[in-house]
Design a protein around this ligand. Sequence first.
Ligand code: HEM
Length: 206
Amino acid sequence: MRRNPRDLTRYTPGQRATHWVVGISFILLGMSGLAFFHPAFYPFTMLFGGGTWARILHPIFGVLMGLAFILMVIRFTKHNLMSRVDWQWIGRIGEMVNGNDEGMPEQGKYNGGQKLLFWLLLLGMLLLIPSGIVLWRAYFDFPVEWVRWAAVVHSATAVVMICLIFVHVYAAIWVTGTIRAMWYGTVTRAWAKQHHRDWYRQVTRD
Ligand code: HEM
């Protein structure tokens, strides 16, 4: 939705739909998965119709998230290639966190932190999904040693991924005007100029 005719398009409806399939399945996966991780989280199974249903549905959400994430990787990888400027931005992230972002290196469509997070999420998915398949004993029959290793890799990666997504969501809320990029697909010119000046120049030729 273009609230103002001068707003800039950041995401197409297809890109937003793919992101929200990943986001919603991640939340469902987190809740159903944590229920098997520690008894304190077991009440989450109520949301899925009980323990048996949570166990059946968890890997199905995983397949959904994996497929949607592949689409995201195809669409977003080219915008997340790290450059020297991105590493400089990461080296000065303290200034950004303290609200002194005027002197930060100018950023393209994504800043160094977003790009680094993208690659960490990709690495996480590459560990999470194959280890999840090894653990999906209703359909696959891998040797028991593999299943034991997969359980360690899967749960450790899931905990790290949940922490990374907390950072992602916190940053999206903290930088005012970002959530609407994924919600309506557009951002204001002022937002683009302040946070992604190089991208602003590319899309406006200003
Ligand atoms: C569930 C809560 C989530 C919220 C509120 C959220 C919010 C957002 C927002 C607002 C953006 C736009 C940022 C910008 O254009 O500068 C974004 C981008 C993105 N999100 Fe999420 N997100 C969520 C979950 C996820 C999950 C679970 C993943 C992947 C596992 C994910 C991966 C991404 C990626 C890859 C981008 C594009 C940034 C890039 O390519 O570097 N998000 N998200």
